[in-house]
Design a protein around this ligand. Structure first.
Ligand SMILES: Cc1ncc(COP(=O)(O)O)c(C=O)c1O
Length: 291
């Protein structure tokens, strides 16, 4: 694997970052994860827009304006050939003497690497996945894609301890999102997901899926989902750039709906893949990469 660090393309074990880097000391940085299919980045502009918003929110000037990101990411993908990959990139405020306030002088650290996207596989369509619920113990700006992810890490580990793939987070009796995903619920055919705001990350997959489902007339609502309604839902899905649309069939050990991936999930995943195919190939068709 070839990674990118501050202008250089090199094996990750040769990429060195100072221990005084503020990403290391404070989690003072932001990141993105961008999927790529057959070497083409999917929804790149949407991801770069969100990166720009995260950088602005933490008052860190964009270190690669004017098309620099796209050029670097394309070059990195060329050096890591393969079918389905995701690019992880992060920007931190750089190395400086340790002080909470911003340093007078520091150069941002830019790091990027490529990983394979694990295909969803037939087991998921057959059985779905398990999730647990956990209290949302994160901060008040979850809309910023910050590298400071300790609360998310602890929630995901709690899920892993229960052999579950995700922790679905609850705050004040309402669903927020997953530790690393957005959450959708389906009740009597109506699709609901938490409205945008500081309590959740504005997921790129979330927005894309809402658009695809609404275009075919599905009733989709961005409104608060109380915990009791989450638990009583017919279907629960997780979305993210690497998970696509994943059906949750067990929540805290109890079956969701009839305990099998539901019909609206099947429709949603099909729509998601059709729309992705259309966008990436400029024509109608079905993206079967993950079947
Ligand atoms: C907390 C959180 N919410 C939602 C998402 C989904 O966002 P996206 O669809 O942009 O990958 C992620 C992605 O990792 C996440 O970490």
């Amino acid at each position: 694997m070839i990674a990118y660090l501050n202008g250089e393309y090199l094996p990750p074990e040769q990429a060195c970052v100072s221990p005084l880097d503020r990403g290391f000391l404070f989690g003072d940085g932001v990141y993105e994860v961008i999927p790529s299919y057959d070497g083409k980045l999917f929804l790149l502009n949407e991801h770069l827009d969100r990166l720009g918003r995260s950088l602005a929110a933490i008052r860190l000037p964009d270190p690669m304006p004017d098309g620099g990101w796209a050029e670097m990411l394309e070059r990195l993908l060329q050096q890591n050939p393969g079918a389905d990959r995701s690019v992880y990139l992060q920007v931190t405020r750089g190395a400086a003497p340790r002080d909470h306030a911003f340093p007078g002088q520091a150069t941002a650290t830019v790091f990027a690497m490529v990983s394979p996207i694990a295909p969803q596989g037939p087991a998921v369509a057959g059985a779905g996945v398990s999730a647990i619920t956990a209290p949302d113990q994160r901060w008040g700006r979850c809309d910023i894609k910050s590298v400071a992810l300790l609360a998310n890490v602890l929630a995901r580990q709690q899920a892993a301890d229960h052999a579950a793939v995700e922790a679905i987070l609850l705050r004040d009796g309402l669903l927020t999102e997953g530790a690393a995903s957005n959450v959708f619920v389906v009740t009597n055919g109506v699709v609901r997901t938490t409205p945008l705001g500081p309590a959740i990350l504005p997921g790129i997959t979330r927005a894309f899926l809402l658009g695809a489902l609404r275009a075919e007339g599905r009733d989709c609502r961005e409104e608060p989902v109380p915990e009791v309604e989450l638990r009583a839902a017919d279907e629960i899905w997780l979305t993210s750039s690497t998970k696509e649309v994943l059906p949750v069939t067990r929540l805290d050990g109890q079956p969701v709906g009839d305990g099998r991936p539901g019909p609206v999930w099947r429709e949603a995943l099909d729509r998601y893949r059709q729309e992705r195919y259309r966008l990436m190939h400029g024509s109608a068709g079905r993206d079967v990469t993950h079947d």
